[in-house]
Design a protein around this ligand. Structure first.
Ligand code: UN1
Length: 508
């Protein structure tokens, strides 16, 4: 059976799901066509959700959240454990669908499903560790503690580039924390979301669990996404995407005093110092810049290289780039698939043209590859950090190379960006490495040594500073974002006293 068949995807599919067996779409709904970016072939169509679907999904989610919050957290974890197992069974098919729908190479499509499985395992463990604190009270016979409670309904908006993994970072933690989670996937990747929803439905149904995962495939005008931003029934809105859209999401949600969690743009740099091991640096740069065709938020976009190593590194990189096979993402020898759509190719071309107009020098690549798919050449340009093209995030395989003379200067260049997601230093010097990781070093949410900017494990908190949005998702204590904190003091004595030694007595 073909990949779509193995995942139960038909055409057309309804874009809204309020729980197992409960798929719907607006009458006369806009229809999304999901096409393979490698050859333009139609995979399937999806009938978008409309206003009534939104209301139905939100009502079901609210009710499910009320039931789910009383289920013990480890029992909630058991449901997520079974979803992880179901993902293991569907890893090959779902990984292939990621390749078909967004053009990631098969290894990366499978890797993305593995990231979901890892996230499920992590969340299962976390379900027994939603620890609060006990705090010393300043008053006798008082017990003070912190409690963590579910939020209610969490909305998760994801991007096409990690069409399923980023949902799992959010949804699995949200689920073990006791929330219902409504997913609005990217309109560029509705089928992977529908496939995952079906997998979750199967597990929920087998267990008779409340329908705590919902789906809303929004139309091209983003009407439902806007409604989610305004909707006080959305207790937390987790958004992954560009800083431009993230800014509007954040201010909209803040306007109603809602909670938000942002994972936005990056402009990630690798610094190669004079003493770097070339055997480590080179493959990390190629994976970081060319992997996922430059469409990760953690993609290496800037290469800041010690002047003494620049010539050697640029020629090794050009030689390595010449070996990168660009083509069918499902072909095992392919290292770079297509960009996601024609707009992405246009943005690539416009950025290369603007860079050259600003004085950047083309080392290799720079052109689209003619044909049915949205392919471009992996590209290297020598540039300056203050160029407008270098300071923006273009979701394409464009690497800017810039020299530096002292590590202080290299670190300052890394930090001279509006964004602050991921960063890496290649060095053999312990002092340089520690300086890089110190308060005076990288200002990013992720700072690595002798490891590239992309490909983070789920165990760490993922996210970045400045216009990357400040959110943290996946590992460490990211679960706290999906719960509300309550400080509770209990008096168990005979003579209550006020805090701060306050006297407040009625006369007589
Ligand atoms: C993203 O591009 O939105 O660290 C997330 C990485 C992946 C996640 C990227 N684990 O590259």
């Amino acid at each position: 059976m073909n990949v779509l068949g193995r995942l139960g995807i038909e055409s057309p599919e309804d874009g809204a799901c309020s729980g197992p067996g409960n798929w719907h779409a607006a009458a006369g709904a806009a229809v999304l066509e999901s096409r393979n970016p490698a050859n333009g072939e139609l995979l399937a169509t999806v009938r978008c959700a409309g206003s009534e679907d939104y209301a139905r999904v939100m009502a079901v989610a609210r009710e499910a959240a009320l039931a789910w919050r009383t289920v013990p957290a480890p029992k909630r974890g058991e449901i997520v454990r079974q979803i992880g197992d179901a993902l293991r069974q569907h890893k090959d098919a779902l990984g292939s669908l990621v390749s078909l729908e967004v053009g990631k190479i098969k290894a990366e499509g499978d890797g993305e499903v593995q990231e979901m499985i890892d996230m499920a395992d992590f969340a299962v463990g976390q379900s027994r560790m939603l620890y609060g604190l006990t705090l010393p009270s300043e008053r006798p016979d008082h017990a003070m503690r912190e409690l963590w409670h579910p939020l209610g309904v969490v909305a998760v908006m994801t991007a096409f580039n990690f069409p399923v993994a980023v949902w799992s970072w959010n949804a699995f933690l949200s689920a073990i924390c006791g929330n219902a989670t409504v997913w609005k996937p990217s309109p560029k990747s509705p089928l992977t979301a529908i496939a995952v929803q079906k997998i979750c439905n199967g597990v929920l149904e087998r267990n008779g669990a409340p329908p705590v995962f919902q789906l809303l495939v929004d139309g091209p005008e983003n009407v439902l996404a806007r409604r989610m931003v305004e909707d006080p029934a959305v207790d937390l809105l987790s958004f992954t995407g560009s800083s431009r859209v993230g800014r509007a999401v954040a201010s909209g949600v803040a306007g109603r005093f809602g909670k938000y969690l942002l994972e936005l743009s990056g402009n990630n740099a690798i610094i190669v110092d004079h003493d770097a091991d070339p055997g480590l640096a080179l493959p990390s740069i190629v994976f970081g810049a060319v992997g996922t065709a430059g469409q990760r938020c953690t993609t290496t976009r800037r290469l800041i290289v010690h002047r003494s190593r620049e010539q050697e590194l640029v020629s090794s990189l050009a030689a390595a780039y010449a070996q990168v096979k660009v083509g069918d993402p499902l072909e095992p020898s392919t290292l770079m698939g297509p960009l996601v759509d024609a707009d992405a190719v246009r943005a690539f071309e416009a950025t290369v043209a603007a860079a050259i107009a600003e004085g950047a020098e083309l080392v290799c690549g720079g052109k689209r590859i003619e044909g049915a798919g949205h392919f471009v050449q992996p590209t290297i340009l020598r540039a300056r950090n203050d160029m407008a093209c270098v300071q923006q995030e273009t979701f394409a395989p464009i690497l800017y190379v810039m020299p530096f003379d002292t590590l202080e200067e290299g670190i300052a260049m890394n930090n001279a960006s509006r964004f602050g997601l991921s960063s890496a230093l290649f060095t053999r010097d312990l002092r340089s490495a520690e300086r890089w990781l110190s308060a005076a070093g990288s200002d990013c949410g992720i700072a690595n040594v002798n490891i590239g900017t992309s490909g983070a494990e789920i165990g760490g908190a993922f996210g970045g500073e400045k216009e990357t949005g400040g959110g943290r998702e996946a590992g460490s204590d990211a679960w706290k974002a999906y719960m509300r904190r309550q400080t509770s003091t209990v008096f168990h004595g005979e003579r209550p006293v006020l805090a701060q030694g306050l006297e407040f007595r009625l006369p007589g």
